[in-house]
Design a protein around this ligand. Structure first.
Ligand SMILES: Cc1cc2nc3c(=O)[nH]c(=O)nc-3n(C[C@H](O)[C@H](O)[C@H](O)COP(=O)(O)O)c2cc1C
Length: 121
């Protein structure tokens, strides 16, 4: 399973590094590339103008077929808006929301994602 992610201030990038999995960082310069293997998406939480590159990626070619789940990084101070980007993506593309965590995540968050990924197969 590949991890496809984006990061504006480095928190999600730091989290993904801790997963020690095959990963791909999406940025405006590479959003329209095709992938031919199963992946999960991990997104930070920002206005959709900021995160729409992830929609661009998912909707490129057949990429949506390989999307297996979504996780999010956010800040609990945003209360009901906590991790809404990941929640919106999971709903929009009809895949499981596998986990939401704060900032660069804890060891427990790493463990949860790894468990979820192995359940997804
Ligand atoms: C301008 C701005 C808006 C944010 N809005 C939200 C929000 O609505 N909900 C949330 O859970 N986190 C929100 N966050 C927190 C970030 O999503 C969080 O810090 C995340 O870990 C950042 O990941 P990154 O460093 O990979 O970009 C916001 C942060 C900033 C700077």
């Amino acid at each position: 399973m590949k991890v496809v992610y984006m990061s504006m201030t480095g928190q999600t990038r730091r989290f993904v590094k801790k997963l020690n999995m095959n990963s791909l960082e999406i940025h405006p310069g590479n959003a329209f590339q095709e992938i031919f293997e199963p992946y999960i998406v991990i997104v930070p939480t920002y206005d959709c103008e900021v995160t729409e590159i992830m929609n661009d990626f998912i909707e490129t070619g057949q990429n949506q077929q390989y999307l297996k789940g979504v996780a999010g990084s956010g800040n609990l101070n945003f209360n009901e808006l906590f991790c809404y980007t990941a929640k919106d993506l999971a709903r929009e593309y009809q895949v499981p929301l596998i986990h939401c965590f704060e900032f660069q995540g804890t060891d427990r968050d790493v463990q949860i994602i790894k468990e979820q990924v192995s359940e997804l197969g």
